[in-house]
Design a protein. Structure first.
Length: 451
């Protein structure tokens, strides 16, 4: 079942419910008003007869001739049934037809009181196939006056209203179905477009098929914006993957070429002295180590996005830096000094920040001469790692954090040029920035970040 169809059903159900409730209320109200009008007529007629009776002798009123004389003006054109019951509960006058008596009405008639206090009763009764509204009112010194009014006109009016409401309701529902279908179509149009775009992207892998986020209601616009954000994220991820594959293939080509050349040389040389052989084998080992290191760095770069799902916690950067310093001091045997000052407590992804500081320290160790120290400074959210190596040329500093970049002075040294690009990615995710600069005094380079 499509969204448009479900929306149409929902809208039609709501409109049908409203029309039905309104129709029932209108018919019920009209019926109540008409019945109240009949009741008012019965009360007025009973009062008129009572007034006539009060002007005649009480005894003579129960005589047939006198009754006809008194009631003659109401009997000429009978618009209601008039019936009189004597104190014995017997019908002594009924025109033009008699009305059925209930036990309660007979009891009222048998009450003999000069000033009857019985309550006037109005009820509905069926005589033959005709509905009547009957008023029963006690008479002085006993007896009962009953006035009945045919409800055929009321029933016909109500039936006419019901038929009219049914017809109008059906027309209204038909119009509602059409209107609801059109409205649902307009509401579902952005969703359909989103669905088609998603199918198009899945089929063609075209990640630039953005949706106009200015069309539709607020919720639909937000959905379209979210979809566009997802497409941009996927496009960025795919570009990064392509770049990684391209850069990795480029960086792997050089050591692989060297390895292949040395192997071919060993295979083709019929006689080679031990010294040359040892040199070739040593070159092979060096290249294989470079390949292993490069592969490790590529894997680290490819998996660095795993830090994105890590939760942020409050950590002291100096504590993380101290742990990293101790770990690399044990591994390398270098002296790694650390100084800290100020407030360096930040909300960070601790594993990611540890990785960033580790890459900075590992980079400093690679490009520092044996026997030199590494200095880590943590101050007010800034982590700076200094080495005492050959330094970085000023024209190379802007490219130092680019993936696979290596300056001319360090191309013969171990490394892949990936570590600092991972640092930059992590720090940018923390809304921080990276830096590289020359020390104020002495050789080396200072590389770090600020959060």
């Amino acid at each position: 079942m499509t969204l448009q169809f479900r929306l149409t059903i929902a809208l039609v159900a709501v409109i049908t419910t409203v029309v039905t409730v309104a129709g029932i209320f209108a018919v019920t109200s009209a019926e109540r008003e008409l019945v109240d009008g009949v009741d008012d007529f019965l009360v007025d007629r009973a009062k008129s007869i009572e007034d006539l009776q009060s002007n005649a002798e009480a005894k003579s009123f129960v005589q047939r001739d006198e009754r006809r004389s008194v009631l003659s003006e109401f009997l000429a054109e009978p618009d209601a049934i008039t019936q009189i019951v004597d104190p014995k509960g017997q019908i002594i006058f009924a025109f033009p037809i008699s009305l059925p008596l209930e036990d309660a009405e007979i009891k009222i008639a048998m009450q003999k009181d000069e000033n009857p206090s019985g309550v006037t009763r109005i009820r509905k009764s069926t005589v033959g196939d005709v509905d009547y509204r009957i008023l029963s009112k006690p008479l002085p010194r006993g007896g009962l006056l009953q006035i009945g009014r045919d409800l055929s006109e009321v029933n016909d009016a109500i039936s006419g209203m019901v038929r009219a409401f049914l017809l109008l309701g059906l027309i209204g529902i038909a119009i509602a179905i059409l209107s609801a279908w059109v409205l649902a179509s307009q509401l579902a149009k952005p969703i359909k477009r989103l669905s088609k775009t998603a199918e198009h992207v899945a089929r063609t892998q075209e990640l630039t098929a953005f949706i106009d986020s200015k069309d539709g209601d607020k919720e639909v616009r937000r959905l379209a914006e979210s979809f566009n954000v997802m497409l941009r994220a996927l496009a960025t991820s795919r570009d990064q993957q392509k770049r990684l594959v391209t850069d990795a293939s480029h960086e792997l080509r050089t050591p692989l070429t060297s390895v292949r050349t040395n192997i071919e040389l060993l295979a083709k040389a019929k006689s080679i002295d031990e010294k040359d052989k040892e040199l070739i084998i040593r070159d092979l080992k060096t290249e294989i180590n470079e390949l292993s290191l490069l592969v490790d760095e590529i894997v680290n770069l490819a998996t660095s996005t795993g830090f994105k799902s890590e939760n942020f916690v409050t950590e002291d950067l100096s504590v993380i830096a101290q742990e990293v310093a101790e770990k690399f001091a044990r591994r390398s045997g270098r002296t790694i000094d650390i100084t800290s000052s100020g407030d360096s407590i930040r909300d960070v992804q601790s594993a990611a920040i540890e990785r960033a500081i580790s890459n900075l320290v590992d980079n400093a160790i690679k490009f520092s001469p044996e026997g030199t120290d590494i200095v880590i400074t943590v101050k007010n959210g800034t982590v700076c790692v200094r080495d005492f190596g050959i330094g970085v040329r000023e024209e190379d500093r802007d490219q130092l954090f680019e993936r696979f970049f290596r300056s001319v002075d360090t191309r013969n040294l171990p490394g892949s040029g990936i570590g600092l690009s991972i640092v930059e990615e992590i720090i940018m995710r923390h809304n921080g920035h990276v830096f590289v600069k020359a020390p104020e005094n002495g050789p080396g380079t200072e590389v770090g970040f600020t959060l």
